[in-house]
Design a protein around this ligand. Structure first.
Ligand SMILES: [Zn+2]
Length: 214
């Protein structure tokens, strides 16, 4: 994929998520590795509905801003994933309603945020770590991700939103949509004593699809 195609893909998938209400206003941010080891990042204060391919923040392989507008202030979150996960080709962060709601439940599971309701959430996300609340832009968010030492591809920032790394833009976006859909299912089924997947079914998925499950 050329850099021009990558720029267009970032903006296209961001707009698709915005159009379906997965992140509103000027929330959400997205980044992707370029072939030369640099990064393309959504600029600060921009809306996912109106990202301009030509104005994405462009970093070189040394982490210097070399083009485009100023990047999102949540940049430390993104670099924390790239620095700790060699397989990360893209990182996306949303303020998606149902996952935020689920993060506020009194019995929220910090080690395994999503209940095992469907196979794809397990296959695409592995275990999702619930991190505490941080003030917006606090670099401690990035430090908390670094503290996971690359063992998780997805985290949920309590009262804020999910952050997911994937091998490329499409994989990261698909995975974060799975996270939000599963949180929505969890909210829908709350109080119904829903039949989730059994521990044996979860273990079979983890083994069969080589899921990271530490
Ligand atoms: Zn945010």
């Amino acid at each position: 994929m050329t850099e021009t195609q990558l720029r267009e893909q970032i903006c296209l998938l961001a707009k698709s998520m915005f159009d379906r209400g997965l992140t509103g206003g000027s929330t959400g941010n997205i980044s992707a590795r370029t072939e030369d080891g640099g990064l393309l990042v959504s600029p600060t204060g921009t809306s996912f509905g109106r990202l301009d391919p030509a104005r994405l923040s462009r970093f070189d392989a040394k982490g210097q801003l070399v083009g485009g507008d100023q990047p999102t202030k949540e940049m430390p979150l993104h670099t924390a994933f790239y620095d700790t996960r060699s397989t990360a080709g893209a990182v996306v962060h949303l303020h998606s309603c149902h996952s935020v709601a689920w993060s506020m439940m009194p019995d929220a599971d910090e080690d395994n945020f999503l209940p095992p309701l469907t196979p794809y959430a397990i296959m695409k996300l592995g275990k999702v770590k619930l991190l505490p609340f941080f003030m917006p832009g606090d670099p401690a968010m990035g430090e908390a991700v670094r503290g996971l030492a690359g063992k998780r591809s997805a985290v949920m920032l309590a009262n804020h939103g999910p952050v997911v790394a994937g091998k490329d833009v499409e994989a990261a976006c698909n995975a974060i949509e799975e996270l939000e859909d599963t949180a929505r299912l969890a909210m829908l089924m709350r109080g119904y004593d829903a039949r989730a997947l059994s521990p044996e079914q979860v273990q079979s998925l983890v083994a069969k699809f080589d899921v990271e499950w530490d």
